[in-house]
Ligand binder design. Structure first.
Ligand SMILES: *Cc1c(COP(=O)(O)O)cnc(C)c1O
Length: 373
């Protein structure tokens, strides 16, 4: 019998490394060093080596990572921050929470990434930062974003929650990991992310040592010396148990990306000929780590396709169904037609690290059947 299909199959992933994970978790429990135990520092060091970035500052989740980044940069109420409109709410939420102004710009309809040509027109004298989102697992065009940021003296905070491990290639051939190019990178270790823990987790990256100290201080109640609070911070820590789990899973991150690419290649090859759906475009300047495999469905058939697949026990998801500027909390009058259009037409198919040929064949044959109806 075919293994049941899930959007993300975390049980199968765990089964493959169960002995190592169980041992690591029990070690932490026996040591009782639940907060800031040795695994937290080890993981920070291991991740910093993997990413070739000088500083990794762990925290409690990806949303906190974005928030603490903006706090450490001393952004002030009223400052404007440019971000893509087609993203997860967290990116805009922390900006608004800090009383900064989220300035939404549209995305490229093929790549789903921030439209570079829309950034400069959105810059005003109040603009302080750009937050590119490496959506679905490939990098925004960082070379151009960094050039715009340098020209206008802006910070760049990379939201790399969906693209940890992806490589960005500059025009001269130099490669850097997603999240290590801007002023600060912010990521999430939410269980379904490409490097997921077994609870909540997040981290910030920077090559700037002074900034690293500020990030650490802000994540720790604004104190750099115990019981001395120079600024208002937050309490945001990565649990030792989660760090111990991540220490093991980091060793598999490249294999996980490979498995995800095999799934994506399978989908691409099977679905490329269909006229009513569009396979995801791969950008030339980044490899893809396929956090999501996202199709565009023509006409208004997206919801019908979802229903058709659900009847065959094939889960699917819509990332994201409602544009940020249509949400009650983030309403603006601005028109962002590409984002509005994508929200009506995108669908993400199951993708995870342990999918087998039988499942994939079943999924694509059903997508094809729907398209040929
Ligand atoms: C998951 C995600 C976040 C938030 O991460 P959490 O760990 O859930 O707080 C932020 N931005 C993007 C693009 C994400 O996908």
């Amino acid at each position: 019998m075919m293994k049941s299909i899930q959007m993300v199959d975390l049980q199968s992933q765990y089964q493959k490394i169960k002995d190592k994970i169980d041992k690591a978790v029990i070690e932490v429990i026996e040591s009782a060093q639940f907060i800031n135990g040795p695994a937290v520092k080890q993981f920070s060091e291991n991740l910093s080596t993997y990413l070739s970035v000088k500083n990794v500052i762990p925290c409690a989740n990806g949303t906190d990572a974005l928030q603490i980044a903006m706090m450490a940069l001393n952004l002030q109420p009223g400052d404007e921050v440019i971000l893509p409109a087609f993203t997860y709410v967290a990116t805009a939420e922390v900006i608004a929470l800090l009383k900064l102004k989220p300035v939404l710009v549209d995305v490229n309809p093929e790549t789903f990434l921030i439209d570079i040509s829309k950034i400069e027109p959105a810059i005003t004298s109040k603009t302080k930062a750009i937050v590119p989102v490496h959506l679905f697992g490939q990098c925004a065009d960082m070379e151009q974003i960094m050039a715009i940021a340098a020209k206008h003296h802006l910070y760049v905070i990379e939201d790399t929650a969906q693209a940890i491990g992806a490589d960005y290639t500059f025009n001269d051939g130099k490669k850097m990991k997603a999240g290590t190019i801007g002023t600060i990178g912010a990521t999430s270790f939410f269980p379904s992310k490409n490097l997921g823990c077994m609870g909540d987790g997040g981290a910030m990256f920077t090559n700037d040592d002074e900034l690293a100290k500020r990030l650490k201080m802000m994540a720790n109640h604004g104190q750099s010396v115990q019981y001395q609070h120079d600024e208002i911070g937050v309490n945001s820590r990565l649990d030792t148990i989660q760090a111990a789990i991540l220490n093991i899973k980091l060793n598999y991150l490249d294999d996980y990306a490979k498995s995800r690419n095999e799934v994506a290649d399978f989908y691409d090859n099977a679905l490329i000929g269909l006229t009513n759906i569009k396979i995801p475009k791969r950008v030339p300047h980044s490899n893809h780590v396929f956090h999501q495999y996202t199709l565009k469905v023509k006409n208004n058939d997206r919801d019908e396709l979802r229903k058709f697949l659900a009847e065959k026990n094939i889960p699917s998801m819509v990332y994201y169904p409602i544009p940020l500027h249509f949400q009650k909390a983030y309403k603006t009058e601005k028109e962002l037609p590409i984002t509005e259009d994508l929200c009506k037409h995108v669908i993400s198919l199951p993708i995870s690290t342990e999918m087998d040929k039988e499942q994939l064949t079943y999924i694509v044959s059903n997508v094809i059947e729907f398209c040929n109806k």
